[in-house]
Design a protein around this ligand. Sequence first.
Ligand SMILES: Cc1cc2nc3c(=O)[nH]c(=O)nc-3n(C[C@H](O)[C@H](O)[C@H](O)COP(=O)(O)O)c2cc1C
Length: 170
Amino acid sequence: MSLIEIKTKDLLINPFSMIEDNWFLITSIKDGAVNTMTAASGALGHMFRKNVAYLNIRPERYTHDFVDSSNVLSLSFLPDTEENKRILRYLGTVSGRTENKLENIPLTLAFDDGIPYFQEAHTVFLCRCLFKQPYAPESFIDSAVKEYYYPKEDYHDMYICEIMKTLTDR
Ligand SMILES: Cc1cc2nc3c(=O)[nH]c(=O)nc-3n(C[C@H](O)[C@H](O)[C@H](O)COP(=O)(O)O)c2cc1C
């Protein structure tokens, strides 16, 4: 099924289940190469008078290098099927540093204004990064969150990305 562009505000989705239960792919480009990784945390909303996505990417992820190199990325939300969960698990456990993950998955890479995404997604956000900040240990108000998520002090970088374009199959 082909994707069409719609106004981001017209999208009817449940971001809570899409992010927590179904997961999504963060895909970016660096010097013409593409890498992707699975994510299950983040937020969609409004900030800096723009539609935005908040993302959490650990500095050691290969995808982090790609995002910082090009400052653009896509978020691809795949239909909730067993096969897609298998693909998302693979892309979320193996690093592009050790394998060319894109060669090992049955998804079709497409580009919009040079930003890579996956055609099989039901929803795609094409984004550019506006802001990045590491989670600072002293900023946690509830220390239980820090102790649970960051016992090794391997804090995520938080990115705020403008959603420049939204594609949907619906
Ligand atoms: C369900 C799930 C959710 C994940 N969410 C995140 C996330 O929000 N941020 C992050 O940095 N890594 C997350 N990961 C881990 C990365 O997807 C994983 O380390 C991946 O192999 C990184 O690939 P890369 O090194 O090619 O970028 C998640 C993994 C899974 C399976």
